[in-house]
Design a protein around this ligand. Structure first.
Ligand SMILES: [Fe+2]
Length: 405
């Protein structure tokens, strides 16, 4: 059966300097490479799985990706139930429907982006702990080990295949609930870059910018440590070089798709330990209140947040310039840091993402958005302290980016 994931509590209460102790709890296993998804059944069989539940969405059913995984699992002689109605920003209600299917299952498979993998994780908690997913908001709020999770990402973005986190939308409260605990780190991640070949440019851009945000926020948070630094820096390098070819010729540039999926995965591991920053604090209310896709929200917030944070840790932002390929020889640290921020502004200019105004965000929206951003769990981990007034100014600046064409 599955190798248990170490149940080490998540702890972001300390700045991980050289005097502090940090823990590292890796996932069960990773299978990575072109064609890996077709081996899902074979791999589950090796792990002794008899009954599985697949969680996915209609889009993946239509393009045949879900069918490929279903065929692989059934050919391995494993009983399979399918929930294929996940929606963007999966909700509490979706988690309830998935949980109903989990009775007697050995494993839950999340196939898709965060909107499929996250509710699979959330249902895995409720299946063994009971109650509602609302009871488990926060870190380490569940007692019993969740059902083992297998994650198969179909976009290079969220990194949920290798994080102990899920984000579930509570539509009643217009709030995105963060749920964390090492028990929901997937026991097995099957990463197949081929599953991303048919993704349109707009989704490749949004998800890819989310992955870049994870890597940059993990590299510049107050909770960095040497292992997360190694992973985050390599994630930034890979994504910085692969995102444009993946967005603009992702149907044929297989190397770019491979590097994006690897970068997203490494970024996920990095922020599992180092946490994130205020771009995510700003992105979640934009998603919950205005349905701005998570990746679009981060794409728009990231450069503005980097510019705000830059002075708090210029050496790190100077490194980022180097990861993007800027020759920083002869520059001061501050000049190099500014060059790192400029790289991300320029990247955003090239990305096919819509501006905030397209989602109905106006000056009147900013007060409530800033209130909710203040509640973001990653705010204390951000390189620079942030007040409500800061958030209002940051949102205002984000609104000026990328005019609708
Ligand atoms: Fe994210």
């Amino acid at each position: 059966m599955f190798r248990p994931v170490a149940q080490i509590p998540l702890d972001y209460s300390v700045f991980k300097d050289k005097k502090s102790i940090f823990s590292w709890a890796p996932s069960g296993a990773i299978i990575f490479g072109n064609g890996a998804a077709a081996k899902t059944g074979e791999e589950l069989k090796k792990l002794g799985v008899k009954k599985a539940v697949l969680v996915t969405d209609q889009g993946l059913v239509k393009v045949g990706i879900a069918g490929k995984v279903i065929e692989s699992v059934k050919n391995a002689g494993i009983a399979l139930a399918v929930y294929d109605q996940c929606e963007a920003d999966s909700s509490v209600e979706t988690v309830e429907k998935i949980t109903e299917l989990l009775d007697g299952a050995d494993v839950v498979i999340g196939l898709g982006g965060g909107s499929s993998m996250d509710p699979a994780k959330a249902a895995a908690i409720v299946a063994t702990n009971g109650g509602s997913i609302r009871d488990y908001q926060g870190c380490d709020k569940f007692e019993k080990a969740p059902l083992p999770i297998v994650a198969i990402p179909t976009a290079a973005g969220t990194g949920s295949e290798c994080t102990p986190f899920a984000v579930i939308a509570d539509r009643q409260r217009e709030w995105k609930m963060p749920i964390g605990g090492t028990g929901i780190m997937p026991a097995l991640a099957i990463c197949d870059p081929e599953l991303t070949y048919s993704l349109p440019a707009s989704i490749t851009a949004a998800t890819g910018m989310d992955a870049l945000t994870h890597a940059i926020e993990a590299y510049t948070s107050r909770c960095t440590e040497p292992i997360s630094d190694a992973l985050a820096s390599q994630a930034i390098r890979l994504i910085a070089h692969a995102i444009r070819p993946a967005v603009f010729r992702g149907d044929s540039d297989k190397d770019a798709r491979y590097d994006m999926m690897m970068g997203a995965m490494l970024g996920g591991y990095a922020f599992t330990s180092a946490s994130l920053g205020i771009s995510h604090c700003m992105a979640h209310p934009l998603g919950a209140q205005y349905h701005v896709p998570h990746g679009v929200a981060n794409a728009l917030c990231l450069p503005v947040v980097m510019e705000f944070n830059m002075g708090a840790w210029p050496e790190r932002y100077a490194d980022i310039a180097g990861f993007f390929g800027v020759d920083t020889y002869g520059m001061s640290v501050r000049e190099a840091a500014k060059a790192g921020v400029d790289c991300v502004y320029e990247l955003l200019e090239d990305m096919p993402v819509k501006p905030l105004e397209a989602y109905g965000v106006t000056e009147e929206s900013l007060d409530r958005l800033a209130d909710d951003a203040m509640l973001g769990g990653d705010r204390p981990n951000n390189a620079r302290m942030t007040t409500k007034e800061d958030f209002i100014k940051l949102y205002r600046k984000v609104m000026t980016l990328k005019k609708e064409k």
